[in-house]
Design a protein around this ligand. Structure first.
Ligand code: NIG
Ligand code: FE
Length: 399
């Protein structure tokens, strides 16, 4: 007997594209999708409990596959500097940027870090996010990277949410160390301690002329594999370092940002099935003008995901629906590409597509119900849209 059947739904499974299914009911058993069928043909499926969707659109729970949402303090003064002419790299060089957030994180406890981060995460939840990736990277030493990762793991226990934890120790280089000295600490000190406490599912690295080289990425990824950690990279955000191609050859699940990607990179990503994670909110907030080469990604059939990149410096925008909207308006994704980007392709970017990201039998019953004419509407209206209901592992989350 199923635990729950949601019926009279317009079902958009997002399993291959955005098309509506001919089915209109979905049965949940033990937190997973057990059956999907057309009530007209099979009759109402047996269940302990029923929910009448009254014709609303049922979509998978949304996936935000790239965030730095756990942080302390804010950097609003940098925003003021930037709108009056300073660049992100200028602010970084002047000791602001990531360094400012590092200082703020070092001053607070795990619980205070969680307290400050929860409202941002809850905003994503209110928009239907059921899976989120959160990176460390504002610690930059063993004590504070571990603090961030413990906060991330604790958030997973506190909220009805899948949380993927990513160790981004290689976010920037502390001022007093060389790249090699710091990377050595990341690999030989932080990584083994983090792995011993099972604090991370993946590692990430900021590959950039103001941060880490391809050689450092190779060393980090080689070490990460020993601990069975997945790998991903911030690539080609401010310049073309050919990092996406190199990372994909090393087996990275995703390469993220990609404003400066060129054809060689798109080809390598396609060949290695690396997901392109697009972060239009950071592009918007930094007032960038160079857009990621969407035509090349399409030409080479690289799967695209869309995420918020929520962080204090380049995207203080904890809204997946804003990222969705901006991906269509700024990067010219089709609504279908954008919607696949916050569902199945985002799950692929996390290596979780066998668990979530679409409504398919056997997957976790993470679902969102929307009173909208069709899913494209989510790309059209900016602001003021919330799901009517959200289920996480088959349990209704009071929204
Ligand atoms: O994804 N590029 C590096 N990391 C973040 C920014 C972090 C920060 O400025 O605090 C990003 O844009
Ligand atoms: Fe980022």
């Amino acid at each position: 007997m199923n635990d729950l059947v949601i019926h009279n739904a317009r079902l958009y499974p997002m399993s291959h594209n955005c098309e509506r299914s001919t089915a209109n009911q979905i049965a949940i058993l033990n937190g997973k999708i057990n059956e999907i069928s057309d009530k007209g043909k099979t009759g109402l499926l047996p269940a302990k409990e029923y929910y009448d969707a009254e014709g609303a659109c049922l979509l998978p729970g949304l996936v935000d596959c790239h965030t730095h949402i756990v942080f302390s303090g804010d950097r609003s003064h940098e925003h003021t500097m930037r709108i009056t002419g300073a660049s992100y790299a200028d602010i970084h060089a002047a000791g602001g940027g990531i360094h400012a957030s590092v200082k703020a994180v070092s001053a607070v406890s795990v619980d205070e870090l969680i307290r400050q981060s929860l409202p941002r995460i809850q905003n994503l939840q209110s928009e239907g996010v059921t899976t989120i990736e959160i990176k460390s990277g504002y610690g930059l030493n063993l004590e504070n990277e571990i603090k961030m990762l413990r906060a991330i793991r604790k958030i997973n226990k506190l909220l009805a949410l899948n949380v993927v934890s990513t160790f981004l120790g290689a976010h920037t280089i502390p001022k007093e160390l060389t790249e090699q000295e710091y990377l050595n600490d990341v690999i030989t000190n932080m990584l083994p301690n983090i792995a011993a406490e099972d604090l991370a599912d993946a590692v990430d690295i900021f590959n950039e002329h103001i941060a880490f080289s391809n050689e450092s990425m190779q060393k980090l990824f080689t070490a990460a594999k020993k601990y069975n950690l997945k790998t991903r990279v911030h690539a080609e955000q401010l310049s073309n370092q050919r990092a996406a191609a190199f990372a994909s050859e090393l087996g990275a699940l995703s390469a993220d940002h990609l404003e400066y990607l060129e054809e060689h990179g798109a080809k390598a990503m396609a060949k290695n099935k690396t997901i392109a994670v697009l972060l239009p909110s950071a592009f918007y907030f930094l007032q960038e003008t160079k857009k990621p080469p969407i035509d090349l990604l399409r030409k080479h059939k690289v799967a695209m995901a869309v995420a918020t990149d929520t962080n204090p410096g380049t995207a203080p925008i904890p809204s997946i629906l804003t990222a969705l909207h901006l991906s269509v308006h700024l990067f010219n994704l089709s609504p279908e590409e954008a919607l696949m980007g916050i569902t199945l392709n985002a799950a692929k970017a996390l290596g979780l597509d066998s668990h979530c990201g679409s409504l398919e039998i056997g997957k976790q019953a993470d679902m969102t119900l929307w009173d909208i004419p069709n899913p494209d509407f989510l790309c059209y209206q900016l602001g003021g849209i919330y799901p009517k209901n959200v289920w996480f592992k088959g349990n209704a989350r009071s929204n």
